[in-house]
Design a protein. Sequence first.
Length: 96
Amino acid sequence: MSGRLMLRRMTAHHIDSVVRLSEACELPAWSADTFFRELQLERRDYRVAVLRRRSIGFGGMMTVLDDAHLMVMGVDPAFRRRGVAVLLFGSLLEAA
């Protein structure tokens, strides 16, 4: 992976690219509206992995009391096995 991978807090700006990633990962369908609503809720934390201004992965969790629940995670198939999911999960785990 050439370039610097950066983790960002997901915003509405990322939703279209995250929906495309979700489809590329063949994850259960989350619509743009679903992601938008999730971002508005309390106790939610969603992150995006960005490489050269391109979203290549994403993950999100929900916290309830002392529990954290991974809601969704996906990495662009072209960037798998390069540690992207590990970084995303670690970032969410640290936030939990």
